[in-house]
Design a protein around this ligand. Structure first.
Ligand code: GLC
Length: 550
């Protein structure tokens, strides 16, 4: 087991695979685990010709009616037939481990599918032993719903079940009933799910909506949200205080952590929402007995409702990072993502003026420069944008009340062929434009893919980037700059110009060599004092001449 402070997940770069969309091996138009195995060399073949990621997170791979594309699990201890079977998963784990890649699965503790045998039993009768595994309530005496909670996907969080005359709670789709984590049998069963996969060699989990698994014990109504604006989501008319980040959740987090601690070197990263302070609580306070990492999504969106995405603006980025840095307990580190399967892709969020690609280049330097564990969503490394999807090909049921997430889930574009190297069949979602592909960027040293490879491999060899501290430095407006330094190593300065014009950066003494730049030609250049950071450019500069004393 690695010494505290040096665990693998602290310096890992994690790549998120959306299994349906990564690589199809059998021509059914849906990605699968064998396809992923066939592509592992792209992720890390041990050389700088590959991306060089240390770990992958697979969005859910379990049997599921796929109402929410796997986030409606009907069996936690198996593999969905469209993705493969347990033997393929075992092979995937072995093949990953042979390449030094760790594997994280997606643990969905808040709800199951309504087709899960537990729920089928639970809904069968009031007296069924599994009745209390879910959250059932009758209507109020006045005939109204058990409480005022809304579903994340819109509409009431309660659905009526004719057979037994009660409502069940579902924080998402009606096909995703919430488990009752106040029932010790549920806790035991869900802990055993973790053990099932940990025993098979899984290195850890991304935990779905971690902050919602324990609600107010009496399911008290949420109070009205005094700050709600009519342009915000309807569900945010109330403050989600009794069904999200409710204080009892943190004990459940500790319970999950304790299961992981039965094994060596495993980790859990939680999908959590809230302020920097709320996120920090998931780490377990000073004892650090909570999650190893909690996602900080604020580089994507700062506050709910999601009426706007975070702008590529130095002051905003600096504030978000400063908040994260000051809120986290000592010994912990942030975990940033710039994209995932639930939000528009980075380029599409930053392309209003047509310069999304430039910002994507700069974002790589920032993400790989920040203190914390970076997560990269598949396809971001080649600059995939949200695809235009005709109405009749849309898949995501959440689109009816929430926002459709199909555009950011389209298949990986390996080459320009009709099947994009992804499938020989009809893809489950249409492709984006053929110009964007791994094949096109593979041998172009100025491509976004090439920058990802250089940045990740640089980080792998640069302990200051992996483990160093974070110190903000004062700069011109529109420039976000900071240094990273690990005792005994050369310090590295990271600078991002978010303006669409050149800006001057004044380097502190000693920073003398560009080691990574959005403009590749600048790499390796000696620098000193005042340097021009071109419009939307970013760079890393090392203090190569002197290793600062520890
Ligand atoms: C998480 C997932 C999202 C899913 C939801 C319900 O937010 O990332 O894709 O729809 O949980 O499980």
């Amino acid at each position: 087991m690695a010494a505290a402070g040096n665990e693998w997940w602290r310096h890992a770069v994690v790549y998120q695979v959306y299994p349906r969309s990564f690589q199809d091996s059998n021509g059914d138009g849906v990605g699968d685990l064998q396809g992923l195995i066939d592509r592992l060399d792209y992720l890390n073949d041990g050389t700088a010709a590959s991306l060089g990621v240390d770990a992958i997170w697979l969005s859910p791979t379990f049997p599921s009616p796929m109402k929410d594309f796997g986030y409606d699990v009907s069996d936690y201890c198996d593999v969905a037939p469209e993705f493969g079977d347990l033997a393929t998963m075992d092979r995937l784990i072995a093949e990953c481990h042979a390449r030094g890649i760790r594997v994280l699965l997606d643990y969905v503790p808040n709800h199951t599918s309504d087709q899960h045998p537990w729920f089928v039993e639970s809904r069968s009768s009031h007296r069924n032993p599994k009745r209390d595994w879910y959250i059932w309530r009758g209507q109020k005496p006045d005939g109204s719903l058990p409480n005022n909670w809304r579903s994340v996907f819109g509409g009431p969080a309660w659905s009526y079940d004719e057979a037994t005359g009660q409502y069940y709670l579902h924080s998402f789709l009606r096909e995703q009933p919430d488990l009752n984590w106040r029932n010790p049998e549920v806790v035991e069963a869900m802990h055993n799910v973790l053990r099932f996969w940990l025993d098979r060699g899984i290195d850890g989990f991304r935990i779905d909506v971690m902050g919602m698994i324990l609600k107010h014990p009496d399911l008290a109504d949420n109070p009205p949200n005094p700050n709600w604006q009519p342009e915000g989501a309807e569900r945010m008319q109330q403050l989600w205080v009794n069904n999200r980040n409710y204080p009892d959740v943190f004990a459940a987090v500790e319970g999950i952590r304790a299961v992981l601690d039965e094994y060596d070197d495993r980790m859990a990263v939680g999908e959590v929402f809230g302020t920097a302070e709320e996120l920090a609580r998931f780490y377990g306070g000073a004892a650090l007995n909570g999650l190893h990492l909690a996602f900080n999504f604020q580089l994507i969106h700062e506050v709910e409702p999601f009426t706007g995405y975070t702008q590529w603006d130095a002051a905003t980025l600096r504030r978000i990072v400063a908040n994260a840095e000051s809120a986290l307990p000592p010994g912990s580190q942030p975990c940033y993502a710039l994209a995932n399967h639930d939000r528009p892709r980075f380029i599409s969020r930053h392309d209003l003026d047509g310069r999304g690609l430039d910002r994507a280049f700069a974002s790589v330097v920032l993400l790989m420069g920040l203190r914390g564990t970076p997560f990269v969503y598949y396809g971001e490394e080649i600059g995939m944008a949200d695809a235009d999807i005709p109405e009749d090909r849309l898949q995501d049921p959440a689109r009816f009340r929430y926002f459709g997430r199909d555009p950011e889930r389209t298949p990986m574009q390996w080459d320009a062929s009709p099947g994009r190297g992804f499938t020989t069949g009809e893809p489950w979602l249409p492709f984006g434009p053929a110009e964007i592909s791994v094949e096109v960027q593979e041998n172009d040293p100025d491509s976004l893919l090439a920058l990802h490879r250089r940045a990740i491999w640089l980080r792998r060899g640069e302990l200051s980037l992996q483990r160093g501290n974070y110190v903000e430095i004062d700069t011109a407006p529109d420039v976000f700059a900071f240094t990273r330094h690990c005792p005994g190593e050369r310090p590295v300065l990271v600078a991002v110009n978010t303006a669409t014009e050149d800006r001057m950066l004044t380097l502190p003494p000693g920073y003398d060599k560009v080691i990574l730049a959005t403009e590749r030609q600048a790499e390796g250049r000696p620098v000193e004092g005042d340097v021009v950071l071109p419009a939307l450019a970013a760079m890393m500069v090392a203090r190569s001449s002197a290793i600062l004393p520890a």
